[in-house]
Design a protein around this ligand. Sequence first.
Ligand code: FMN
Length: 170
Amino acid sequence: MKKIGLFYSFATDKTKRCANKIEESFNSKKFEVVAIDVNETLTEEQFLEFDNIIVGVATWFDGELPFYWDEFVPALEDMDLSKKRIAIFGLGDQVTASENFADAMGILGDLFEERGAKLIGHTATDGYIFEGSEAVRDNKFIGLALDLDNQNKLTNERIEAWVKQLEKEF
Ligand SMILES: Cc1cc2nc3c(=O)[nH]c(=O)nc-3n(C[C@H](O)[C@H](O)[C@H](O)COP(=O)(O)O)c2cc1C
């Protein structure tokens, strides 16, 4: 049984919906997914307890991290993540925020990689239309981009395909 820590804010609407769908899409005979709330009480120890990590982050404030992740950045900056595999799902709005689509996924991805983590769960940008995104490297998203504002109908199938990919990559 592989253990995965799923970190997101329990107080957000859309990120939480996606996290719940991710949790139920994993094969429960092979993976134990432990959901952990990213709020002001999240500790470094809780984050470091897992070698396999999924992180959920929406983009807010025109290309920025939501405050609940921003508050955790100082703790992250001191961590050694060299044994961690991290998959990020990022929410955004590719129509009204076309130039900053899901930027927060890229911001967290850079922080994790600079501290030695291996990012997994890269996905193609096919099927999305946007001007720019900090979350794209080598023409791929560094994780899974989800747009519940404009492409809600694609969300479940995108998550199911991503979880199948993660089951191989973790
Ligand atoms: C004030 C505000 C600013 C936003 N800025 C961005 C942005 O820069 N880039 C982006 O992709 N989405 C942006 N969005 C869209 C959100 O990321 C998107 O609606 C997301 O699904 C919200 O998820 P949540 O309910 O879990 O916070 C913004 C939304 C709001 C309300």
